[in-house]
Design a protein around this ligand. Structure first.
Ligand code: ZN
Length: 73
């Protein structure tokens, strides 16, 4: 009789774990939408890059310091 009770308790615990696991699957943590950054074009080579990575000089944007030195094509 004790064995049956122990089995019932184990079964109940396993069932509880499975339920908790399924609940965690059903509700994934809210992920932030990807931030779409403004894309700008290098005035020298025309490559697209995020505005935060661009180098601003004399009214033009460049992808690298080298292109900034080379200037607008
Ligand atoms: Zn460039």
């Amino acid at each position: 009789m004790i064995k049956i009770l122990v089995l019932l308790v184990i079964g109940f615990v396993v069932w509880g774990i499975v339920r908790a696991y399924q609940r965690s699957l059903a509700k994934p943590p809210a992920s932030k939408p990807p931030v779409v950054e403004d894309m700008v074009k290098c005035a020298h080579c025309g490559v697209n890059l995020p505005r935060s990575e661009a180098i601003y000089s004399g009214g033009e944007l460049f992808c690298t310091p080298e292109h900034k030195q080379l200037g607008k094509k």
